[in-house]
Design a protein. Sequence first.
Lengths: 223, 84
Amino acid sequence: MPNSRFPKQPQDASTGGPTPVTANAGPTSSGVSGSPIDDDVMIRAQAGDHLAFAHLYSLHKRRIYSLCLRMVGNVAEAEDLTQEAFLQLHRKIATFRGDSAFSTWLHRLAINVVLMHLRKKGLRLMSLDEAMEPVPDEGPGRSFGAPDLSLVGSIDRLALERAVAALPAGYRLIFVLHDVEGYEHNEIADMLDCSIGNSKSQLHKARLKLRDALRTSLRGERR
Amino acid sequence: MTNDPQQMNCQEFQAQLAELIGTGQNPGDHPHLKTCPLCRALLADLKTIAEAARQMFPIQQPKEELWERIVSAIKNEEASSKYN
């Protein structure tokens, strides 16, 4: 009999609940199926058990919220998007078949929620495929510049936040997934349905763009 | 255009850099870097950016109230589906 009542607050899996489950909650969880506890929680959540759904929320809320926050740069919007992602998860959880890791599947769902939101805001971005397409008129990313303007030891959080916010959404997404959340290229390729080579190349271009922006900002400060 | 690491110019080295970094190899050992301060500086900057991202953008915790909002939205959805 599934538990039909939601807990007031889900037990926080990261701060020492009785059955902390982390194997399938974050980066490098490359296994298709999780631990037996994960599978049990998943089966119960798919059967409509609200306690099990709360447990999934407690396992994944930080990464999903952080992804949303870094993509939109605004707490209120990030909360709305996290809410929408988990609402969609509740609607669609019965369709999860375990073809990929649950974390990968959930991230893909959340990414689509974020991209849809950005499109509604007027960003020229139609789909995930489009987000992953190389920006026209860009070569393989050659970068030169005076070595005396080094970023080593010179990056501050605000400047980096601004530079990340100014990245095209596709680059920002790869950068956040890899460099902020710590996912590997094979996991990102799974999430975004692109090749591993595409993920590597997009990340590299994102970092080159950030370098340009941060150097420009640094040059401005030194004038 | 050469694939010989000893003979590469900046353009050729940088064209391979995404793959070199992405495969987890240490591009710092590449022969081109021994003679090229520009590409050494580029590599150091890229490494700094990746490290800064992890340090300056920690994984964030959403407010506790968010769970209540999600539960409320799910209940509303379940209630409306009962009447439709």
